[in-house]
Ligand binder design. Structure first.
Ligand code: PEP
Length: 247
């Protein structure tokens, strides 16, 4: 039986403004469903989100530095994020991997750094279309997960979230079918279970990639899908709420 609390996280990416934070806070205030809601706005809106979401909705960041502090212009540290009220941080998003050259090693270092400050990492893994068509999906996603297990240790996954986000489904309107997503989620959970059955059983596994109000319920009904990481549909209160209600 699945005893994991459903979790739905909104990744606003480089979108939004203070009025979106206000509108979202007002709209989400009435939510009384089972899912833990997390909103990850751009850094400048974290303080406002902390104030307006006031514990009802958890807040997260979209990135952090792997370094503790010092001369790293433009970077934001884990302790700054924790101090700003973040409970979560997205790590290894495919846009960070593809556009900013983030390697598995850097992602593993960020994962560990987040946990030193009590932040829960949302570790993203996912294959490109070419990799899927070449039959490499399992090797790619398990390789990305394994890199963090090797660096941080399996115990670190007792306080983490993993998001399966097929790159070909992010922002494209193409969603993995519930069966395709479930197959990968089961493989990821099995990888963790090969180290610790308990940690595997409690690890929240999110699906991300063009989740919308009309496809969320079927995805979330799969036994190893514990919620979603939502991009575009998290920018509209109605669609984000509908997705949370499906979880
Ligand atoms: C994402 O960027 O994490 C994402 C899943 O985006 P979208 O929902 O827009 O595909």
């Amino acid at each position: 039986m699945n005893k994991r609390t459903p979790l739905v996280a909104g990744n606003w990416k480089m979108n939004g403004d203070p009025s979106l934070v206000e509108g979202m806070a007002a709209a989400l205030a009435g939510y009384d469903g089972a899912a833990q809601m997390v909103i990850c706005p751009p850094f400048p809106f974290l303080a406002q989100a902390r104030e307006l979401f006031a514990g009802h909705v958890a807040i997260g960041a979209q990135n952090l530095s792997d370094q503790e502090e010092g001369a790293y212009t433009g970077e934001v540290s884990a302790s700054m994020l924790a101090g700003a009220g973040c409970g979560y941080v997205i790590i290894g998003h495919s846009e960070r991997r593809a556009l900013y050259g983030e390697t598995d090693a850097l992602i593993a270092a960020k994962f560990a750094r987040a946990q030193t400050e009590g932040l829960v990492p949302i570790l993203c893994v996912g294959e490109t279309l070419e990799e899927r068509e070449a039959g490499k999906t399992e090797a790619v996603v398990c390789g990305q997960l394994q890199a963090v297990i090797d660096a941080a240790g399996i115990e670190a996954f007792a306080r983490a979230v993993v998001a399966y986000e097929p790159v070909w489904a992010i922002g494209t309107g193409m969603t993995a079918s519930p069966e395709q997503a479930q197959e990968v989620h089961a493989t990821l959970r099995q990888t963790v279970a090969s180290y610790s059955a308990d940690i595997a059983a409690s690890l929240p596994l999110l699906y991300g990639g063009s989740v919308k109000a009309d496809n969320a319920a079927l995805l979330f009904a799969q036994s190893d899908i514990d919620g979603g990481l939502i991009g575009g549909a998290s920018l509209t209160a109605d669609s984000f709420l509908a997705i949370c209600r499906a979880a």
